[in-house]
Write a protein that binds this ligand. Structure first.
Ligand code: XUL
Ligand code: CO
Length: 437
């Protein structure tokens, strides 16, 4: 097959002095940071749907991207050749992973049986290409939102047949993810929410969603799939309200329905800001509750209220997120998946390289800065010191459950007033962080 990215060589690390835009200035895959290579820390992944399927049309105009891997036929052969183009890209970029939805890689057929057959034909080539290049599948997922049958939702549809179809589709997507040695499987509830409560039985829909996930957990055991399950929170778009609206809502749902030991979260930066949180808030909340699994690395535009899925280039975000990830001991099954697309005006194939290089270099800088912050220990020491009143005396007694309101009333009546508050040093800490960037 002809090269899809002819004339572009493998992207190499050339260091911060390099003026070559098609090189890494900071991402040096072999460089050791905190005892591990950058490659193993960052576990970069390319999102197949944005990189190879999204032509970047919008509601005001059609697609602009030149995608030489598409012949417009919608054939299986074209889908297979697209896979070859994708792996050429993964290899030239030097990423270790990719992610896909079933319908990104293979066309939907007239029946479920036909769709499954199409998928099998493409999975053969995915398998060959994984073997040829060593690039692995970070996670697979099923597209339960694009086809008109999912207009009312999938697992939360008012139509039981649609629930059944979604279950069958997910079963197949899990099978192929296992076949491809995928390290995880994502549930993003694209249409699991509502447009209006006037026509919605919320309790019933939530119960159905939980039932669906329990069935997936059972099926995972039945087929012997060992990958990690994730839920990806998002508050809105395409629905007005999505049930998996943020990390806290997902955590409450998982606990209520006894699913918390089976699923972790895949936190997406742009979804966090749509939910009115920072990316770091969502990561910290998930990490604090032991359910941070993987990351969809992108960026929104705070002035726009939708999911712009831009490539991450914000040094603060990348530093703070790597700090949370290092503090939790690093990724195990998860990674940094670029769930991002190029701008509509960046229509040439080379732009896909520029976009990913920028994201990878920014996270590499974030990793180095986060490691330096951890090495110097100033933040950690400040926080430890800030909570020192809990390490002994009355604080330790409260934490150990030795006292209740009665004892605390006696303690405070005797003392008269809570004293010894110290400054939080907000500005000093903000200034300090800037020294690492
Ligand atoms: C949509 C989104 C999805 C999931 C996978 O906003 O982020 O692409 O990552 O279904
Ligand atoms: Co995503």
């Amino acid at each position: 097959m002809k090269e899809a990215f002819a004339g572009i060589k493998k992207i190499e690390y050339e260091g911060p002095e390099s003026k070559n835009p098609l090189s890494f200035k900071h991402y040096n895959p072999d460089q050791i940071v905190e005892g591990k290579t950058m490659f193993d820390h960052l576990r970069f992944s390319v999102a197949y749907w944005h990189a190879f399927r999204n032509g970047c049309g919008d509601q005001f105009g059609g697609p602009t991207r030149l995608m030489p891997w598409d012949d417009g036929s919608g054939s299986i052969e074209n889908a297979q050749n697209r896979v070859r183009a994708a792996f050429e890209f993964f290899q030239k970029l030097g990423v270790g992973f990719y992610c896909f939805h079933d319908r990104d890689v293979a066309p939907e057929g007239a029946t479920l049986a036909e769709s499954n057959k199409n998928l099998d034909e493409v999975v053969k080539v995915l398998k060959e290409e994984q073997k040829r290049t060593g690039v692995k599948l970070l996670w697979g997922t099923a597209c339960l939102f694009a086809h008109p049958r999912f207009m009312h939702g999938a697992a939360t549809s008012c139509n039981a047949d649609v629930f059944a179809f979604a279950a069958a589709q997910v079963a197949k997507a899990m099978e192929v993810t296992k076949e491809l040695d995928g390290e995880g499987y994502v549930f993003w509830g694209g249409r699991e929410g509502y447009k209006t409560l006037l026509n919605t039985d919320m309790k019933r829909e939530l119960d159905h969603l939980a039932k669906f996930l329990h069935m997936a957990v059972d099926y995972k055991k039945q087929i012997g799939f060992k990958g990690q399950f994730y839920i990806e929170p998002k508050p809105k778009e395409p629905t007005k309200h999505q049930y998996d609206s943020d990390a806290a809502a997902c955590f409450a749902f998982l606990q209520k329905y006894d699913l918390v030991h089976h699923l972790k979260l895949n936190i997406e930066a742009n979804h966090a800001t749509l939910a009115g949180h920072t990316f770091i808030h969502e990561l910290e909340f998930a990490a604090a509750n032991g359910i941070l699994g993987s990351v969809d690395a992108n960026r929104g535009d705070l002035l726009l209220g939708w999911d712009t899925d831009q490539f991450p280039t914000d040094l603060y975000d990348c530093t703070f997120s790597m700090l949370t990830i290092l503090n939790m001991g690093g990724f195990t099954t998860g990674g940094l998946n670029f769930d991002a697309h190029v701008a509509r005006e960046s229509f040439e194939p080379v732009d896909l390289f520029h976009a990913h290089i920028g994201g990878m270099d920014t996270f590499a800088r974030g990793l180095k800065a986060a490691a330096a912050i951890r090495r110097d220990g100033v933040l950690k020491n400040f926080v430890t010191e800030r909570y020192a009143s809990w390490d002994s005396g009355i604080g330790a007694d409260i934490e150990k459950g030795k006292v209740g309101f009665k004892e605390l009333s006696a303690y405070m009546l005797k003392k008269g007033e809570a004293t010894a508050n110290k400054s939080g040093r907000v500005e000093m800490l903000e200034n300090l962080i800037n020294e690492y960037l």
